[in-house]
Design a protein around this ligand. Structure first.
Ligand SMILES: N[C@@H](CCC(=O)N[C@@H](CS)C(=O)NCC(=O)O)C(=O)O
Length: 229
C-alpha cells in the first residue's frame, strides 16, 4: 500500500525530506539585513559558509529578476541547485539541514509556533518602519511590552535559555535577530524582561555569532531599506 507518511522511512528527527547534499548556499537579496538577518546569523552560528548576490534596487525595478521569483519578491535562497523563496521557509529548511528543528515532532510544532509568533512581531515592526515611522514609532515602543511579555513568559518557563528544547532552533535565531533590531529602536526595551535580556546576551556571546556581528559584512548593511531603524 502506498504510504502517505513522508517521514515513515526516517528513523531520526528532524526528517530529511530532501535527502540531499547541502549547499553551496547562496542568498540573493538587496543590500540590507531585512528578511535575511536571521538566516545569516543562523548560518554563521552553524559554521556554514554562503555566497551573497546583492541586487541593486534600480536593477530590480527593471523587472527581469522579479519575473523569475515565485512570489515576485526576494530573498531567494539556493541550496545547490534547489531554489527557495519566503524567508521563514528558508529558516525552516536550514533548521532541517542543520538539526535546529527540535528533537521530535512536538518540539518541531512548538518551534513552528514560536517562529510564527516572531513573524507577527516582525510584520508589526516592518509596518511601523516603512509606513508610519514618524507618527508610529512612539506608540509602537509604548505597546512593545505587550508583545515581548509573551516571549519572556515562554523563555522563562523553558529555563534552558532557548524558546524550545535545550539548543538554538531556527526560531531562536529569528527571535534573536528581531530583538537586536528592537534594541536599536529602543535600547531599554528589554530592561523589564530578564529572560529575553539574558537570551540576547547569551546568543550574542556565541563565538561564531559574535564574530559575525563584529564583521564588516554585517555592520555595513542597514537594518531596513528606507534607512529608518
Ligand atoms: N514573505 C516574504 C516577504 C518578502 C518581501 O517582502 N520582500 C521584499 C524585500 S524585504 C521585496 O522583495 N520587495 C520588492 C518587491 O516587492 O518588488 C518573505 O518572508 O520572504
Amino acid at each position: 500500500m502506498e504510504s502517505h507518511n513522508d517521514f515513515a522511512e526516517n528513523d531520526k528527527w528532524p526528517p530529511r525530506l530532501l535527502q540531499h547534499k547541502m549547499g553551496p548556499y547562496t542568498i540573493t537579496y538587496f543590500g540590507v539585513r531585512g528578511r535575511c538577518g536571521a538566516m545569516r546569523i543562523m548560518m554563521a552560528d552553524q559554521g556554514q559558509e554562503w555566497k551573497e548576490i546583492v541586487v541593486d534596487f534600480a536593477d530590480w525595478m527593471k523587472g527581469d529578476l522579479k519575473a523569475t521569483c515565485v512570489f515576485g519578491q526576494l530573498p531567494k535562497f539556493e541550496d545547490g541547485g534547489f531554489a527557495l523563496y519566503q524567508s521563514n521557509a528558508i529558516l525552516r529548511h536550514l533548521g532541517r539541514n542543520h538539526d535546529a528543528y527540535g528533537k521530535d515532532g512536538k518540539e518541531a510544532a512548538l518551534i513552528d509556533m514560536m517562529c510564527d509568533g516572531v513573524e507577527d512581531l516582525r510584520l508589526k515592526y516592518v509596518k511601523m518602519i516603512y509606513q508610519e515611522y514618524d507618527t508610529g514609532k512612539d506608540p509602537y515602543v509604548k505597546d512593545l511590552p505587550n508583545h515581548l511579555d509573551k516571549f519572556e513568559a515562554v523563555m522563562a518557563k523553558n529555563k534552558t535559555g532557548y524558546l524550545v528544547g535545550d539548543k538554538p532552533s531556527f526560531a531562536d535565531y529569528n527571535l534573536f535577530e528581531v530583538l537586536l533590531n528592537h534594541l536599536v529602536l529602543c535600547s531599554s526595551c528589554l530592561d523589564t524582561f530578564p529572560s529575553l535580556k539574558s537570551f540576547v546576551e547569551k546568543m550574542s556571546a556565541r563565538p561564531k555569532i559574535k564574530a559575525f556581528l563584529d564583521s564588516d559584512a554585517y555592520k555595513k548593511l542597514p537594518i531596513n531599506g528606507n534607512g529608518k531603524q
